[in-house]
Write a protein that binds this ligand. Structure first.
Ligand code: NAD
Length: 499
């Protein structure tokens, strides 16, 4: 099946222009973002990058929309209806959006459709359906008084997001921020701005009032920083690298003290104990490291396996690496696609070569680019890599690679496995494989991670919060908890007349 043919025939419009106050506008910024498809190295389109003036205008539009109550003062259930319609509109345009994402950042179009777009629609719908199920608090008070604790929308939310799950990360911010009544300025990653602009248009088509969602493509150090330092932005929700997340904390401290929610990188471990279903554990660990070309914050990039079962787990991982050979992202049955860019491919290859210099061994893959076909010779592909003989102090065991590179570390006890799993500055996610119930509970508690998956990896639902500890940041996306990020608690005390 060639899923993309119909959409290509319909002709995707890649025309530029930002989305501010409900209209596509030409920005003032003079610099251009050149969007290059990592699928084949072709230029997808040019996009004017927002400068400080553009950021000011977008924040002003968001503030106006917030203050006049066109969204913030709608009944929550009405906001919920519009979010649900937004979800339906995304679902109706899922093929087109999936195709855009596949072209922009190289993930297989089938994955973009079945996983990413399903998650986007699912997230928006989940928050929409939550709208009439939230309750404020009425704490105990004396007979001559009434106490209320209510949630108030924070105001203007800026969301700065990455390219790896471009629309899912966006929906994880938009769902709770919009449900709570805020207005949003979204700065997508440079690589995936066209799909973000299209998402903004679909929100308008679904009935979101003008100015409530503004989409502003731009370079991080220019538009991103301007949002981070803007005196009229109340909340900055960020997903991306540790280095940039920490910059945002600095921008906030040096400007208006806005609250910043950093959701950052990881170096997650998948711990395989001897009593596990080892073949499944090895296969799933490898899959969760290679999925999305390894460009996953929660990727299980370290397999920590007991010596007694290491050979079996490694064999399963190597088999999975062979199965996940990259192919044209536009082929509906591609097991994996391209990395986001040539620069990123070079970085990932640098990690692999560094590990080999440090003494690791290749059990699968090579330290060279992969070429799926003659037509894609200028694309940015890497066949999955399994590295054995990795030890704790090697850079490959410590640094986030953000590519399809699995490091195998062999241990001799459960205690050593836990110590190693926790021996990085990160704390985003962890996997644990054991059939023993007590071991599962006690070890899961000891793993330093915001999410622990026992006998699985990457499972969950919208009801489960997602985020990390330590260097992985402290924000939480998804679930009702995410609403806390975008609201202020207000305590109101009513003194009653004696009767
Ligand atoms: P990145 O930090 O380079 O960029 C993320 C966003 O920040 C982009 O929109 C970019 O334009 C902007 N930006 C870059 N430099 C900036 C600056 N100086 N000032 C302000 N904004 C700036 O990250 P990336 O390469 O796009 O994404 C990969 C990272 O995201 C990985 O570290 C990954 O682990 C992380 N991530 C985390 C989660 C999570 O939920 N914890 C989810 C997905 C990705």
């Amino acid at each position: 099946m060639r899923l993309h043919d119909a959409a290509l025939a319909a002709g995707l419009d890649w025309s530029a222009g930002h989305l501010v106050d409900g209209r596509r506008v030409q920005p003032h910024g003079e610099r251009e973002i050149t969007v290059v498809s990592p699928r084949d190295g072709s230029v997808v389109g040019l996009l004017a990058a927002a400068d400080r003036t553009d950021v000011d205008q977008a924040v002003r539009a968001a503030r106006l929309a917030f203050e006049d109550g066109r969204w913030s003062r709608l009944p929550a259930a009405r906001r919920g209806e519009i979010l649900i319609r937004f979800a339906d509109t995304v679902a109706a345009h899922a093929e087109e959006l999936a195709l855009r994402i596949a072209i922009e950042m190289g993930k297989p179009v089938r994955e973009a459709l079945d996983v990413e777009l399903a998650a986007v629609a699912g997230c928006l719908r989940w928050y929409g359906q939550l709208s009439d199920k939230l309750a404020d608090e009425n704490p105990a008070s004396p007979g001559d008084a009434l106490a209320l604790v209510t949630r108030e929308p924070a105001g203007v939310v800026a969301a700065v997001v990455p390219w790896n799950f471009p629309l899912t990360m966006t929906a994880w911010k938009l769902g709770p921020a919009l449900l709570a009544g805020n207005s949003v300025v979204l700065k997508p990653a440079e690589q995936t701005s066209f799909s973000a602009l299209r998402l903004g248009e679909l929100a308008l088509a679904a009935g979101l009032p003008a100015g409530v969602l503004n989409v502003l493509p731009g370079f991080g150090p220019e538009a991103g920083e301007a949002l981070g330092r803007h005196p009229d932005v109340d909340v900055l929700a960020f997903t991306g690298s540790v280095a940039v997340g920490r910059r945002f904390l600095g921008y906030a401290a040096e400007s208006n003290g806005k609250r910043v929610w950093p959701e950052l990188g990881g170096k997650s471990a998948s711990v395989i104990l001897p009593d596990a279903d080892v073949a499944k554990a090895g296969r799933t660990t490898a899959w969760a490291c290679f999925y999305n070309q390894g460009q996953m914050c929660s990727a299980s990039s370290r397999m920590i396996v007991h010596r007694d079962v290491a050979d079996e787990a490694i064999a399963a991982a190597v088999e999975e690496a062979r199965r996940m050979r990259p192919a044209d992202p536009l082929d509906a049955d591609a097991p994996s696609g391209a990395l986001v860019s040539e620069a990123h491919l070079a970085r990932v290859l640098g990690h692999v070569r560094g590990a080999l210099r440090d003494g690791a061994t290749l059990a699968a893959g090579t330290a060279e680019r992969f070429v799926p076909s003659e037509a894609l010779v200028r694309g940015s592909y890497l066949a999955p890599v399994v590295l054995t003989g990795v030890t704790e102090k090697m850079s490959i065991a410590q640094e986030e690679v953000f590519g399809p590179v699995l490091s195998v570390l062999v241990v001799d006890s459960t205690d050593e496995a836990v110590r190693l799993a926790n021996a990085t500055p990160y704390g985003l996610a962890a996997g644990l494989w054991t059939r023993d119930l007590s071991t599962a509970h006690t070890v899961a508690r000891r793993l330093k991670a915001g999410s622990v998956w026992v006998n699985c990896y990457e499972e969950g639902s919208m009801a489960m919060p997602f985020g990390g500890t330590g260097a992985s940041g402290f924000g939480r996306d998804k679930s009702a908890h995410a609403i806390d990020k975008y609201t202020d608690l207000k305590s109101t005390w009513f003194q009653l007349e004696p009767r």
